[in-house]
Design a protein around this ligand. Structure first.
Ligand SMILES: Cc1cc2nc3c(=O)[nH]c(=O)nc-3n(C[C@H](O)[C@H](O)[C@H](O)COP(=O)(O)OP(=O)(O)OC[C@H]3O[C@@H](n4cnc5c(N)ncnc54)[C@H](O)[C@@H]3O)c2cc1C
Length: 351
């Protein structure tokens, strides 16, 4: 079905089983500002099965139109059928900009759509502005040491937006949008992959979406005062100590309703699984509050969390580089400080 309105700006709404990734609404907020600057309307792109309510939600967040495909082949996210729908529609409708949130799924999708359309992709963008009809994007490079101003010479300009860099718009309950049903769903027998099922992720609160993150580093294993069980070898003692330390990190996270993060040193040493790693080769996050416990503040770690609104560092070493980045610093032993903080937060937050 063809749209009756011209939509120069599209925003893909990333979701899991109809529940939107919060960063999608932030992307929609950024898209509304772009559409206003470009003098056109914004359409959301909603693909999935049983996603009519999600399409309505996109309308309530301000989309003037919604490109909607609701089909059993779209029940699970798979890049090929999703990219195919977006690329085919983009070939016909020629949007100027297609925005995605920088989620794992959307990154993959943006790259595939970029390849389909032979268009440039600007990933992990933290600011946008329009200059003479062209979008200029800002993205951190060199582990966040520099901000690059980049643009796309091809159309559409495909851009993924870093979570928490843009404000979501206020929802207007009951607001309606033009619903444009997309044709051309790829038949199941032409899709090369199939999702066989899901297992529960280890994190209770999603690290990327969390507003508060408490992270542990190599320092969590440093508590020589506590005696480990007898008979453990050196590595087992280190892991045992790290488990005691991460228990304190997790207790503070639970008291604050926060996600648990980690440095690469902690992950590489086997203290905690890789999906908790924050940094250049881990997750890039921008929570409102980041509490670094026993983390020195290596540049590669800072690359993943330096845009956090408030950084608190707890470290024994007053010279640790993390203190240069932190708004608040506590010099001391995390084994003493974390239990005291957790108890105080539990009391104040009644948890
Ligand atoms: C290509 C590349 C990519 C990388 N990517 C990443 C990445 O994505 N993320 C990442 O984190 N790192 C990354 N690194 C590794 C990075 O360079 C550092 O080695 C790592 O971040 C150090 O982790 P850490 O701060 O936990 O450990 P350390 O640097 O060993 O720091 C431990 C800190 O704990 C403190 N401490 C010790 N005991 C206590 C205690 N009881 N109480 C309080 N404080 C205590 C110490 O004073 C010290 O400051 C990367 C490196 C390379 C080369």
């Amino acid at each position: 079905m063809a749209a009756t309105t011209n939509y120069p700006v599209w925003v893909y709404i990333d979701h899991f089983k109809g529940r939107a990734a919060p960063a999608s609404w932030e992307a929609l907020g950024a898209g509304l500002e772009l559409a206003a600057s470009l003098g056109g309307n914004l359409a959301a792109v909603v693909l999935g099965q049983n996603v009519e309510a999600l399409a309505q939600q996109a309308a309530e967040y301000g989309a003037v139109g919604v490109f909607l495909a609701d089909d059993p082949t779209l029940e699970d996210f798979r890049p090929e059928p999703f990219a195919s729908l977006i690329s085919n529609q983009a070939r016909q409708a020629q949007p100027q900009v297609v925005l995605f949130a920088t989620t794992t799924r959307s990154r993959e999708l943006a790259a595939m759509v970029g390849i389909d359309l032979a268009a440039g992709v600007l990933p992990d963008v933290t600011a946008l502005r329009v200059d003479s009809g062209t979008v200029l994007a800002t993205r951190p490079v060199y582990a966040g040491k520099l901000l690059a101003k980049v643009t796309c010479l091809t159309r559409p300009q495909i851009i993924t937006l870093r979570a928490r860099s843009f404000a979501p718009p206020a929802a207007q309950p009951g607001r309606a949008a033009e619903m444009i049903r997309l044709d051309g769903v790829v038949p199941e027998d032409q899709i090369a992959t199939r999702v066989e099922g899901y297992s529960q992720p280890s994190e209770k609160v999603s690290l990327t979406d969390a507003t508060v993150v408490v992270s542990g580093g190599r320092g969590v294993s440093n508590n020589p005062a506590v005696q480990p069980p007898a008979g453990l070898d050196e590595k087992a003692v280190e892991i045992w100590r790290a488990q005691q330390g991460f228990k304190l990190v997790t207790e503070l996270a639970e008291a604050l309703g926060a996600a648990v993060g980690a440095s690469r040193a902690a992950v590489d040493a086997g203290y905690i699984s890789y999906d908790h790693q924050v940094g250049q080769t881990g997750k890039l996050i921008s929570p409102n509050l980041y509490i670094a416990c026993g983390i020195s503040g290596a540049i590669q770690h800072l690359a993943g969390m330096r845009t956090s609104k408030v950084i608190v560092a707890i470290n024994k070493d007053p010279e640790a580089p993390i203190f240069k980045m932190a708004r608040f610093g506590v010099v001391g032993d995390l084994y003493e400080i974390l239990p005291a903080l957790s108890a105080e937060f539990r009391k104040r937050l009644s948890r």
